[in-house]
Design a protein around this ligand. Structure first.
Ligand code: NDP
Ligand code: 8X3
Length: 254
């Protein structure tokens, strides 16, 4: 039987989640990876197993659906008894209009995914960590939670709520020896903007033109740094931007 550590990474079909799964696998962590796109989950699982000889289980569900989250987690309950790490990464922005022009459906999806989905998943994983008297939860926040910017409104609010929950969980779970950390990235070149602009690739690409943004691997490296500290060390919060970005509003572009 493997003695590898085990991590659950949500939103592993793309971007930061995929890169986090990869760096964990590189370091001989076994994985449970989730997302809605089964083909991508299977492809990643197969590649990580082959390259790094680790165990990878896939669970395909929409994190907005409470019952689906519950059932999917129940389907791997045996595995979860060994869980060491939960990376709450699944999330998205939709739209960048001023609030008064925003779409209600976009708001609902952001809140249901970024906040409620994270709550649903965390609720299912925590009992196993409490039973083991150890564990680590890393929530992917955003600079959008630290400084507001035009059109950030509901996305910023959802990530600010993630920050509040991170701090709160840290208090509640302290007595169970469970670490709770947050990583707040600035602009990262992933599928994020394409999703945000409802599939408009040209508009998405413009976001990252004229400067060198972060890449998914940069954020994954930060996650790995946090989770690979000695057991007595806790990194509560890590803010990471590319060198050209000072905050949500200031980016030097050529
Ligand atoms: P991507 O769009 O590349 O990846 C998003 C991931 O989230 C995908 O794997 C997607 O999987 C998953 N996801 C989205 N909605 C759902 C859902 N309803 N159910 C299950 N999984 C879902 O973007 P990033 O990698 O950039 O984003 C990852 C996280 O990082 C997000 O929380 C984002 O807010 C945050 N972030 C991103 C920044 C950036 O500039 N890119 C900066 C700061 C934070 P699938 O579609 O298969 O379900
Ligand atoms: C993603 C970064 O600046 O697009 O969280 O909100 S930003």
């Amino acid at each position: 039987m493997t003695k590898n550590k085990l991590a659950f990474v949500s939103g592993a079909t793309s971007g930061i989640g995929e890169a986090t799964a990869e760096i964990l696998a590189t370091n001989q962590w076994d994985l449970i990876i989730s997302g809605r796109r089964l083909d991508r989950l299977n492809k990643l699982a197969s590649s990580l197993k082959t390259k790094y000889n680790v165990d990878v289980r896939t669970v395909c569900f929409d994190i907005q659906q409470r019952e689906k989250v519950k059932d999917s987690l129940a389907s791997c309950a045996n595995l979860l008894t060994k869980i060491d790490l939960l990376v709450n990464n699944a999330g998205l922005a939709l739209g960048k209009s001023p609030f008064q022009e925003g779409l209600e459906s976009d708001w609902e999806t952001m809140i249901d995914t970024n906040l409620k989905g994270l709550i649903y998943l965390t609720k299912e994983v925590i009992p196993f960590m409490i039973e083991n008297k150890s564990g680590h939860i890393v929530n992917i926040s955003s600079t959008a939670a630290r400084d507001m910017y035009l059109g950030g409104n509901v996305y910023s609010a959802s990530k600010s709520a993630v920050d509040a929950l991170t701090k709160s969980l840290r208090l509640d779970l302290l007595e169970h020896n469970i670490k709770v950390s947050s990583v707040a990235p600035g602009m990262v070149h992933t599928e994020f903007s394409e999703v945000r602009f409802h599939g408009d690739k040209a508009k998405a690409e413009k976001v990252y033109q004229g400067f060198k943004p972060l890449y998914a691997k940069d954020v994954a490296d930060a996650v790995y740094y946090i989770v690979s500290r000695p057991s007595h060390v806790h990194i509560g919060d890590l803010l990471i931007t590319c060198a050209a970005q000072a905050n949500s509003n200031i980016v030097i572009k050529s």
